[in-house]
Design a protein around this ligand. Structure first.
Ligand code: C2O
Ligand code: CU
Ligand code: CU
Length: 531
């Protein structure tokens, strides 16, 4: 693996100075112990909209604007949304793929090793910042909420793509407003390709299909409904009553009689899907958050929690033209105050879609004959074996308890403070650590025990162990950045803090939980600098 280089330009240089201050403070703080208030960043909200020659020569240079817009989702009145719009300034224009008639941001295609510059301009009437979910980038390029920019201002991103090929995504990350901004339409896919993936020869072009699953609620005038803050939403988050695929309701995918690569993203705020084929055939899973698995695995069903991605091999070569199938979400018990708690009682809509019941996600219709036999490769990629002797804390994993405290979801009893890092949230650069997340409720009542998808910023990790009853609905084999913990589950992950010092987030990817403060910083400390 090539060592990534941090490409930091002049404009972000001011952030870098601020970062160094943080480093020093973190070291002092570790000796003092406890939860540390970091220095207020002078760079927060700073305008960085000048481009200057710093030696960073991007392979792809794009502008990305968040803006209010309107989209025709239904016949009749169009829907007011917030969305990302992109333009290629330098590089191949085909790297930006618009999804027609969708509020979703364009799909951004990049290759491993490329240098990327993204000039983000925020034109929605509130603060925002973009996070590259799943990408391994320097701390100041990661979209931490302390870098939010107000309406009319910009933030410059420059980094080298060093992730494996895979299905990643980008979305806003302002503290307390991520859920409404994503819900309003701000999200898009970022696909990384690399040589290892290209050598496998998976279906591509029109046979490589992105499928972003989201739930939304609309009023009678086709406008998005969003509420948060009542007790139920505090508990379980926001649930829409209509499933949209790539921004479209009642979605049907026309396919030919051949094999496809389906890239699924759960881009919903809170809704978890128990994904299965409608016709009962097993799912053939070829990739997860961090790219291709070592080899395909089969599951009857698989949970897909907010933030998670799943790549499937879908072969229709044995189906006649006219055949119909599709994907459904199967019933499951998500804990909470019985299934009643999972109900979405929205009176302004005549539909109802409780989470954990059986419903259709989208339909598939075989419409074309295609003599293109494709067989599922049995070797997809190389996933390194776990080197137990290299782990720095085998016998004392960091512990993170997911709990409700004072009617707020917490991690180890704490909620998010912009620059707080506790002693047990500091890691030394170069270390490999086991982190154990615990969703067993800490002896609290069962109604206080619900699913939490846990996400780490800045890196892909491995799942070492999962203690729970629902093993078969997970694909823990490959690289992950988001893992679902059902009520009663504990999970051990292994993360390698090989490079990139600084402040990164980890949080629940139920976006209402995240906004409520079920999010914390971890700090990767440079050991050798002495500051
Ligand atoms: Cu999609 Cu902080 O994450
Ligand atoms: Cu992320
Ligand atoms: Cu949560």
């Amino acid at each position: 693996m090539t060592k990534p280089t941090a490409n930091i330009s002049v404009e972000v240089g001011s952030n870098r100075r601020e970062f160094l201050k943080l480093t020093g403070y973190g070291t002092l703080g570790l000796m003092a112990g406890g939860v540390l208030p970091f220095l207020t960043p002078s760079a927060a909200g700073q305008n960085q909209n000048t481009i200057s020659g710093t030696g960073f020569d991007p392979d792809l240079d794009i502008s990305l604007v968040s803006q209010p817009d309107e989209v025709a989702i239904f016949p009749g009145e169009s829907t007011r949304v917030w969305r990302y719009r992109a333009m290629v300034i330098k590089g191949d224009p085909s790297r930006i793929i618009e999804i027609p008639r969708s509020y979703l941001g364009p799909i951004i295609k990049v290759f491993q090793g490329e240098k990327i510059r993204i000039r983000f301009t925020n034109t929605i009437p509130e603060e925002s910042i973009i996070h590259w979910h799943g990408l391994h980038v320097p701390a100041i390029m990661d979209g931490h909420p302390r870098y939010v920019v107000p309406q009319g201002k910009s933030f410059l991103y420059e980094f080298e793509v060093n992730n494996r090929a895979g299905t990643y995504w980008y979305h806003p990350h302002p503290h307390g407003r991520t859920a409404p901004q994503v819900y309003g339409g701000l999200a898009g896919l970022l696909l990384v390709h690399d040589n290892e993936e290209q050598a496998v020869g998976l279906p591509d072009g029109e046979y490589d299909v992105p499928l972003v699953i989201q739930d939304r609620a609309f009023d009678r005038d086709n406008q998005l409904l969003y509420t948060s803050g009542n007790m139920m939403e505090q508990m379980i988050g926001f649930l829409g009553d209509l499933i949209l695929i790539n921004g479209k309701p009642n979605f049907t995918l026309p396919v030919s009689t051949t094999a496809y690569r389906f890239r699924l993203l759960n881009g919903s705020n809170s809704r978890i899907y128990k994904l299965a084929w409608q016709d009962g055939r097993p799912l053939s899973i070829i990739g997860t958050d961090g790219g291709l698995l070592e080899k395909p695995v089969n599951r009857q069903y698989v949970f897909l929690a907010p933030g998670e991605r799943m790549e499937l091999w879908a072969d229709f070569s044995d189906n006649p033209v006219g055949h119909q199938t599709g994907f459904i979400s199967l019933p499951f018990d998500g804990g909470g105050m019985g299934s009643g708690m999972m109900m979405n009682k929205r009176t302004s809509s005549n539909q109802n879609l409780p989470m954990g019941t059986r419903y259709s996600l989208f339909r598939i219709k075989v419409t074309k004959k295609k003599e293109k036999k494709a067989s599922l490769p049995q070797v997809l990629s190389e996933i390194p074996k776990i080197q137990w002797n290299e782990i720095d804390n085998v016998n004392r994993p960091k512990q993170f308890n997911l709990n409700m405290g004072h009617m707020r979801w917490t991690i180890n009893g704490r909620t998010f403070q912009m620059e707080d890092v506790a002693e047990d949230e500091i890691v030394q650069i170069g270390s490999k650590e086991i982190w154990e997340f615990n969703n067993t409720g800490g002896g609290m009542m069962r109604m206080m025990n619900i699913p939490h998808p846990i996400h780490l910023h800045g890196k892909q990790f491995r799942v070492l162990e999962r203690n729970g009853v629902r093993h078969q609905g997970y694909v823990d084999e490959g690289w992950k950045d988001t893992v679902l913990l059902m009520p009663g589950e504990r999970i051990k992950i292994l993360a390698d803090f090989e490079d990139y010092p600084g402040l990164f987030l980890y949080h629940c990817h139920n976006l209402e939980h995240e906004d409520m403060g079920m999010m914390r910083n971890y700090f990767v400390r440079e050991t050798n600098t002495g500051i």
